[in-house]
Design a protein around this ligand. Structure first.
Ligand code: ZN
Length: 389
């Protein structure tokens, strides 16, 4: 992924899949909705890029989404075969419910023959925002997640799925402590520009990243006013935004794109944002990294992978499901070594050749940074059932 904003299960860069922010927005109507309030509204999600559920279903697999963002929408006219959608105010941190959800998913595999299920938890994102990542409350939540992973492993055994189920545990971003006055001078954009005169629509006040749509004719004035305004604020015209983020080419990205240095949130007209932890900062930063763990019959045991970009998980999941991927920006060659079949040299060369062919003209993803467990945000459990042979 480019910036550290949100989830995608499409194996594409942000500018290619078009899910550019946690807030869904429409610059014409000026509507802004959190992704949680658009869950069942297909018009906000279906933009021509197919998520893995639909691709797998079209190739005969049975798929489900448990609270996973985007699972409630239809794509190209097709719904996910089973989707449980989280209500807007669903509690994120109920450990008993987390365990119940795992058991429900296990039953889908054993009793209903599902092949692919995505399961999502909103922690430790929630507590990280509320109290900050470097806190005891956050550590307590990490221990709760650790117990839940233990419960998951035990539930897989209990349901007799250990030989059949591959599990990937990952998330979509890290978390850092928000820097506040009097320790620093916070970024408050209204100190540098008059919103009323220059800005038609904005996406600011959501962490370290923001965008502006200037009033027509005021683009240059808004850019000039902001570009050297604050030593920890980085401001770009959309067309000059650094390529490495794979972000700005999408048509939804607004003309002025900004991000703060680590911990410097982008406040608009008031400092109304009480979050003590946040993300949306540069994904080169260690504290924005996420975790990746995988186990099951198709994975090597105790294998330590080199750091890789999240886009490469998609072709890995397609391989395990035995399906042909949609066009994507990832490469199976990057994650191939995790699989047991990589030990089979001939099969390995074949898969790598196929992966390279599929990616011709798209360009391989960049492998970056390190992984920091304590900064993991919303945890997604992606359980992939081994293809029956
Ligand atoms: Zn968050």
């Amino acid at each position: 992924m480019g910036l550290t904003l949100g989830l995608s299960d499409k194996g594409r860069w942000i500018e290619d899949h078009g899910v550019i922010h946690n807030m869904m927005f429409d610059t014409e109507t000026k509507w802004k909705y959190s992704f949680k309030t658009t869950q069942n509204k297909t018009e906000w999600w279906d933009n021509g890029v197919l998520p893995l559920w639909i691709t797998a279903q079209r190739q005969g697999r049975k798929t489900a989404s448990f609270h996973y963002p985007g699972g409630g929408a239809k794509y190209d006219g097709e719904a996910v075969q089973r989707a449980l959608v989280e209500s807007y105010n669903h509690p994120d941190d109920n450990e008993t419910e987390w365990r119940e959800n795992i058991d429900i998913v296990m039953n889908w595999f054993t009793q209903e023959d599902f092949d692919f299920v995505t399961l999502y938890y909103g922690e430790p994102d929630n507590v990280g925002h509320r109290v900050g990542p470097e806190t005891e409350e956050r550590r307590v939540m990490i221990r709760q997640i650790d117990r839940t992973v233990g419960y998951l492993v035990e539930a897989i055994e209990r349901h007799g799925l250990a030989e059949h189920l591959n599990v990937i545990i990952t998330s979509d971003h890290g978390m850092t402590t928000v820097k506040k006055r009097p320790n620093v001078t916070e970024i408050l954009l209204t100190n540098y520009i008059k919103f009323r005169d220059l800005v038609k629509f904005d996406i600011v006040d959501y962490g370290g990243f923001g965008m502006l749509l200037p009033i027509p004719g005021q683009e240059e004035a808004a850019y000039q006013a902001l570009k050297d305004a604050h030593p920890h604020l980085h401001v770009f015209k959309k067309e000059d935004f650094p390529e490495r983020f794979h972000f700005a080419k999408h048509k939804r990205v607004l003309p002025i794109v900004m991000f703060g240095d680590s911990g410097y949130n982008l406040n608009g007209q008031l400092i109304i944002y009480f979050n003590k932890g946040d993300h949306g900062f540069d994904n080169d930063l260690l504290e924005m990294k996420t975790i990746f763990r995988a186990f099951g019959p198709d994975f090597k045991k105790n294998h330590l992978a080199e750091p890789f970009d999240s886009i490469h998980i998609y072709p890995l999941m397609c391989r395990i499901l035995g399906i042909t991927p949609e066009p994507h920006n990832g490469s199976l060659a990057v994650t191939w070594d995790m699989l047991l079949e990589a030990s089979d040299q001939q099969a390995g060369e074949k898969a790598q050749r196929a992966a390279i062919l599929r990616n011709t003209g798209i360009g391989l993803g960049v492998v970056i940074g390190l992984i920091a467990i304590v900064f993991v945000s919303s945890v997604a459990h992606t359980a992939v059932r081994r293809k029956k042979e």
